[in-house]
Ligand binder design. Sequence first.
Ligand code: NAP
Length: 505
Amino acid sequence: MSTPTITKTEARLIGHIIADQEANRADEAIDRRAPGTDEVVSQVLAGGSAEVAAAVRAARTAFDSGAWPKMSVAERALYLNRVADLIDANADQLARLDAEESGKPITTAEGDIGGAAGLWRYAAALALTMKGQTFTGNGPDYTGLVLREPVGVVGLIIPWNFPALILSQKLPFALAAGCTAVVKPSEFTSSSAHLLVKLIAQAGVPAGVVNLVVGDGRAGQALTESDDVDLVSFTGSTATGRRVLAAAAGNMKKLSLELGGKAANIVFADADLEDAAAGVVHGVTFNNGECCVSQPRLLVHASVADEFIQEVSRRMQRVRVGQPLDRETQLGALIHAPHLKRVKSFISGAQEYGGDVITGGQPLSDAALGKGQFMAPALIDRVAADAPIFQEEIFGPVLGVTRFTTASEAIGLANGVQYGLANTIWSKNTDTVLDVAKALKSGTVYVNTTIDAPPQMPFGGYKASGIGREMGEAGFEEFTELKSVSIRTGKRVNSFPQTDWEGVA
Ligand code: NAP
């Protein structure tokens, strides 16, 4: 059953939530217009340094004198599992909020929410495995303990493309480790974070453990500058990531940066070309192409290029562009008008470098798409490796094709950008797959599948795609500190070198 258009929604007021107290008033609020209809669907309070300071104080008190960091891991896991159950119980509402505000297809949003609940459950399981190390090999009287401790108060900054999902790649892992948190969602997509923080309170997580400050980049900047925040986990563009890196220098806080990407799909002649064509189209249209591991570069072996491009073009033309809340929609509305304009500019830019537009890029005339930010997915052949379309993150449904003749040429092209988040290999030859996977400079390599990341697999970037890892055991460990405790037992037999031990009382 399809829902043809978004029904008119009362604008929601989205405020900060600090120590379970919700702020409903402010001088300044930001209107959020749904990308599918241009209607105002929510108003977000514009938090700044005062709200961030209050939220950090609440998180600091909850960490320094509250129950959360001292609780047994079994008890923390119980709370995280309760949150997961509440996410399941509220999945329809969470998915609708994310689809409406981000413009992604409702079916993608539903997948996000299912994934989010899974991440809370996985983090609960990881909490139970929290462990340090013991070293006993340094003499009979020596015991070395490596204690694993929560890092403290963490600031979590979330982008708009996977609002509930990326929040869930960070927050449950931080909570599992015993940290307390201040969450700053994107001004464009704050409603699901607001509901999630309420569900966390409903699950019984003590007040002050999770706090929410909404607003624009000023709130994020204040969070990264705060001397009372011990770690910032940021997901967003590489440009903002550089600002976060500089702001964090004040108190040398720990940082986890999940930044931009520019993945390539590398299609060898021995691939299953039908699977590869489906994967390539999915790779550039999934989540409207607004995905850090989106695959806007197609590197294809010259011997199969013409036939393969034809198949990709055929499939791209069949992608259904439509309103985000329509269940038939495969490609929704881009986040806002300036972003749509920028994405389209890559098409004309590619032509200036000799690229051929095979399909897409034309204005859409369907009346149901009204005032929304829609575009047909675009395919451009003969993209030069120095063209902006090859080098820069597009973050929209635009695919550029470049041909290669040898594996080393394909590796050079794939690695020839500033980013290193993900790449995909399509080949049935094990030697090719392993050689190329090892040579690619990216944190993730998909083989004969794409955008396929279960929570056990650590996720993060090489090069300008970031610092640190999310998910997997490594994602949990990001929110911990190690403390080495060296212990000698009994009366010391040997004095310390260079010390007159006799002289010490
Ligand atoms: P963005 O503009 O960098 O914003 C990310 C977050 O940072 C938002 O909450 C934003 O608030 C906030 N922010 C803005 N200025 C800030 C500042 N000076 N200090 C601290 N925080 C600040 O990124 P976006 O456009 O939302 O997201 C798209 C980007 O995220 C793409 O580059 C994509 O590749 C990347 N991304 C990476 C991953 C990954 O895992 N590697 C995953 C998803 C997305 P406002 O939105 O309110 O301005």
